[in-house]
Design a protein around this ligand. Sequence first.
Ligand code: AQP
Length: 345
Amino acid sequence: DEVVFSGIQPSGIPHIGNYLGLFLPFLELQSSLPRSTPLYLSIVGLHAITLPRDPNILRQERMDMLAALLACGVDPERTCLFYQEDIPEHAELAWILNTLTPVGRLQRMTTWKSQIATRTSSSPDQITDLDLKLGLLAYPTLQSADIMLYKSTIVPVGEDQTQHLELARDTAEAFNRAYGDIFPLPQTRIVPSKRILSLRDPSAKMSKSAPLAASRIVLTDPPEAIRKAVKTAVTDSEPSIKFDPEGRPGVSNLLLIWSSLDPSGQTPEQLAEQAQKDGWGMAKLKDAVTDVVVERFGNIRAEYERIRQEKGWLSQIAGQGRAKAGEVAKKTMEEVRRAVGIDKL
Ligand code: AQP
C-alpha cells in the first residue's frame, strides 16, 4: 500500500521553487489519492540545524512554515502535518541507518560537494575545515530515516532531491538485507517536478537561503516586490522568446513559472510560441509572469498573515500531527529495534 511522505526545512519563507517543486505536487496528491492512503508532511527542524541558526529565529520559522503550508492548502484533517523534532524516533532511526551508510556515498552527494566547494580549499578526502560538521555530511541519512519511519513509498520532492532519494532507496535495501524485510523501497515522485532557477543567476536553483532576496519570489511578497523581482530577472540578450532550458535558462525559467501557474494549462513551449507569434518582447513576457504569480500568491499571503496570528490553533494542529506521526514512528521503531537486537530486555 502506498504511503506518501515529504519534508521541508523551516529555513525561511517558502519561495516559488518550493511551491512548484513540492507544495503543488503534494497538494495534487492530497486531492487525488484515496483517503485510505496516508499522507505525511513534516517540517524538518533537525535538518535546519545542520547549518548554524539563531534559536529564536528558528522557533519563529518553524511556526511560520506551518502557517505557510496551511495557507497553501495543506489540509490537516487529511495530511499528517507535524514537526520532525517532536518525534525522537527520527534521530534514533537515523543513528541506526548511519551504521549502514558508506561515508564515501555521502561524500559524493552534490549538496555536500557544493558545501565543500564554497567553504574549503582542501580536497574532499582531506577535509580540515573545522566549520564543516558531521551533521551536514549525515543529513541525507536523516532524510532516509524520515522517509523510512513511515514506510513511505511515494516521496514527492523537487528534482534537486533525486540523489538523496536514491540513497534512501539503497539504505532501505541495505537495512532489509542486514536485518530482514521491514522497509518498502521508496519511489521519487519527481514528475511533473520542476526545478525553478534563481532569478539573479539562472545557473543556480532558487533557494530560501541565498543571500540576495531578489533572487527569489517568496509567498509573502507583496505585488510590487513580485513585479520588481520578475522585472529584474536575468535573461539574455536574444530578443526572441523560446523555451530552451539548456541554451536559454533565464527565459525558460520565466516560461516554466508562467506555465505552472497559468489556468490555461499550456506548456512552456506553447506559451513561448504564442508569445513569439504575438510579437512579444521580454517586458511583455515578464508582465504576464508577474500577473499569474501575483494572482496566485495574493490569496496565499492574506491567508498566511491570518493563520500566523492563530497561535493556539497552530499548536493544536502540531499536537494532532505529533500524536498521529508518533504512534506510527513508535511502531516502526519497535520493529527495527527487535530486528537489530536492541529491543528491551
Ligand atoms: N528551486 C527549486 N525548484 C524546485 N523545487 C525546489 N525545492 C527547493 N528548491 C527548489 C524543493 O522544495 C522542497 C523543500 O526544500 P527544503 O527546504 O527542504 O530544502 P532545499 O531543497 O534546500 O530548499 P531551499 O529552498 O534551497 O532551502 P535552503 O536554502 O534552506 O537550503 C524540496 O522538495 C525541494 O526539492
